[in-house]
Design a protein around this ligand. Structure first.
Ligand code: DAH
Length: 343
C-alpha cells in the first residue's frame, strides 16, 4: 500500500513534466497512460490487493490520479505544447495563414491625386461640377458659338435637345460653375470625367478624365501660365523634361496654346509614341477670353487669367507606358494589380 502510493506520486511527477514535442508524442502519451494496457489501468488493477478497510481511501487516490492523467492528455490535445497540439486537435498550427489580398488604387486615381497634390502646393483648391450639364455651362458660357463643330451631335451625348441637357464634353464647364459663385482671385483645379461620342478603340474612348485649371487675378500673365505649367511638368515627370508651347485655338482662351513635353519614352530622339517628333502633347491652355470673364461679370479690364485642361489618361500613358485606353475601364485585376504600392 505504502509502496503503491509512492509509485502513484512518481507517476504524477512523470505526467506533470511530460511535454509533447510532436503530434505523435501526445498519442504515445495516451497509449502509455490511458490505453487498454496503459499504466492507469495497471494501477487500477492493484485495487484487488488492497485490504478491504483501505479500499475507499485508496479508491479515491486512484480515481483522482486517473482524472489527472486524462486532464493532462486533454491539455496536450487542445493547446499543444509548441507544435504538440498540431495534428492532435483539428488545427494545424504550422500552416501559413490565409493571405489577405491588398487592393490598389486605380492608375487614373494615382495620377489625378498627383496632379491635385502638385497644384495644391501652388495654392490651387479643388472644385467639382456635375457630369450632366446644360448647354450654357458646357458650351455657351465658354464662348463656344452656336455653330461650333464641338456642339455637333457626333461629339456630344445629348440627354435632351430642348432644353439641352448633355454629358459634359470637358471639365471647362466647371470653370463656369466656379466663376458663377466666386469672384477673383480664383485659383482652382477641377478633376473629373468627361464624355464624347467616339467609337471605342485603343486610342479613343467614349469617356475619359481631365483636370482643368483656372487662375484669375489682377496682373496674371502668359508668363505665369508658362511657369506654373513648367513647375507642374517638372514635379510630375522629372527635372530633365522640357516643355514647348505651340499656338492653337480654343474659343474660351485668347491667345491659346497647346503644350508638349519632350518624349519620355525616347528622350526626344524619336519613337512611335511621339510619332518620331520627340514631343508629346499633354494639354491645352491659354489666357481666359475676355468674353468668358464678361459672362460672369468679371471685369476684363481689371482681371486677367489663365486656364488649362489636360487628359489624365494621356499622362498615365506616358508615366506607365499603357498603350491601350480600353485597359483603364475594363477593371481587369491583372492590369490593376500592377499599380500596387503606388499612392
Ligand atoms: N477643354 C479643352 C478640351 O477638352 C481643353 C482646354 C484647352 C481647357 C484650353 C482649357 C484651355 O481650360 O484653356 O480639349
Amino acid at each position: 500500500m505504502e509502496q503503491l502510493l509512492k509509485q502513484i506520486a512518481g507517476y504524477k511527477e512523470e505526467v506533470t513534466s511530460f511535454m509533447a514535442s510532436t503530434p505523435d508524442a501526445a498519442e504515445e502519451f495516451r497509449i502509455k497512460w490511458l490505453g487498454t494496457k496503459g499504466l492507469v489501468k495497471t494501477v487500477m488493477s492493484e485495487m484487488k490487493n488492497v485490504p478491504a478497510d483501505q479500499r475507499k481511501e485508496f479508491g479515491q487516490v486512484l480515481n483522482e490520479f486517473k482524472l489527472f492523467v486524462e486532464a493532462k492528455y486533454e491539455s496536450l490535445k487542445e493547446t499543444g505544447q509548441g507544435n504538440a497540439g498540431a495534428g492532435v486537435s483539428d488545427i494545424d498550427w504550422s500552416l501559413p495563414g490565409d493571405p489577405t489580398p491588398v487592393g490598389s488604387r486605380h492608375p487614373l486615381s494615382i495620377v489625378r491625386n498627383q496632379v491635385v497634390s502638385i497644384f495644391s502646393r501652388l495654392g490651387f483648391a479643388v472644385a467639382e461640377g456635375p457630369e450632366i450639364e446644360d448647354d450654357w455651362h458646357n458650351f455657351g458660357a465658354m464662348n463656344l458659338p452656336e455653330d461650333h463643330p464641338a456642339r455637333d451631335m457626333q461629339d456630344t451625348f445629348y440627354i435632351n435637345r430642348d432644353p439641352a441637357w448633355l454629358l459634359r464634353t470637358h471639365t471647362s464647364s466647371v470653370q463656369a460653375r466656379v466663376m458663377e459663385k466666386q469672384k477673383p482671385p480664383i485659383r482652382v483645379i477641377c478633376p473629373g470625367r468627361v464624355y464624347r461620342n467616339e467609337t471605342i478603340s485603343a486610342r479613343a474612348h467614349c469617356f475619359f478624365h481631365q483636370v482643368e485649371g483656372l487662375y484669375i487675378d489682377e496682373n496674371v500673365s502668359f508668363a505665369d501660365l508658362k511657369q506654373t505649367l513648367y513647375f507642374f511638368v517638372q514635379e510630375m515627370f522629372g527635372k530633365d523634361v522640357k516643355i514647348r508651347f505651340r499656338p492653337s485655338y480654343f474659343p474660351f482662351t485668347e491667345p491659346s496654346a497647346e503644350m508638349d513635353i519632350s518624349c519620355l519614352i525616347c528622350g526626344g530622339s524619336g519613337c512611335n509614341v511621339c510619332k518620331h517628333t520627340g514631343w508629346v502633347e499633354i494639354l491645352g491652355s491659354g489666357m481666359v477670353h475676355p468674353k468668358v470673364l464678361e459672362n460672369f461679370n468679371i471685369d476684363p479690364e481689371k482681371y486677367t487669367g489663365f486656364a488649362f485642361g489636360m487628359g489624365v489618361e494621356r499622362i498615365c500613358q506616358l508615366k506607365y507606358r499603357v498603350n491601350d485606353l480600353r485597359l483603364y475601364s475594363q477593371n481587369d485585376i491583372r492590369f490593376l494589380k500592377q499599380f500596387t504600392g503606388a499612392v
